[in-house]
Design a protein around this ligand. Sequence first.
Ligand code: SF4
Length: 303
Amino acid sequence: MADAPGYARVSIPEGQWLGGNCLVSVRLGVDAGPERQQSAYGERLYEFEIHAAQLADHDLLRSLRGSHVCVRASAGLAELTHDTAALMSQAECVFVLPPEGQVARAANILASLGFRVHLDASAPVVDCSALMAATDYYLFNPVLRTPVQPFHALLEHIAQGRGYTLWDTESESPATDFYLSEDGHVSLARRWHSAARLYGCVGDSWDALVDSPPRRRLLLFRRHLFLEQSPCVFCADLDVCGGYLRALDPIADCSPWRQVFSRLRDEAEQARDLLAREPGSSTAPCPPMDPRRPGTSRDGGEA
Ligand code: SF4
């Protein structure tokens, strides 16, 4: 894989060097060495990604101090101990949780410890009641100070028309996001690799990868929805979903997430009504932010 340009954000396995100006997310392996990656990539290092089992490696957690870290955890949070939480609090941490089981409880625990939480909208299995419980926790917990994603970005989109869809919040923006797998294939993201929807291989030129038919199709995804008269075209949630939930499987059940969108729309509507009754209130939109790092604008400044 040749040097990647500055507009790209590439998720790579540890041990794979990627030149150019792109941002890099490094998925740390078993014998993880974050320091090597930090010195190799410097300012280009967007974040580290670790999985739940690695939370038991306290030396690793210490070495992640001050870094942006994405933790792929379970909804049961079995891996999170008091010591682990203390160590992770020294990093800029977001926990990505599957929408299942006790995920609302997990979000509550994590948020009360000051961690950011992100429910994984790419998860193939969705427990509707668990997802709705997490949505209600985000909307109605009066002491919540930490945005829970993707609810927060989608609510802002619904309320203020920021233009973010699930493609943005799930790091699957075809214009910018790339995923290099452990077996050397390049695709949009993890789920696209699992479905063998590939741009090419690590040995291909950058031009060949970005101009590959699968990527060109993804860049024009919405146009294809219309050309193929997908049911998504007639969906009232196309503005926030963009067809993301059925992008790999045209008959996937997107009804659980549609209930989330509906709940967010109801709340946005009520908030608008309240603001309209407030004398001197303004509904002007705020500056755009990075949907994965709330409070930070896309160009890196504070929103
Ligand atoms: S919610 Fe379902 S039907 Fe609507 S745009 Fe998304 S994938 Fe398509």
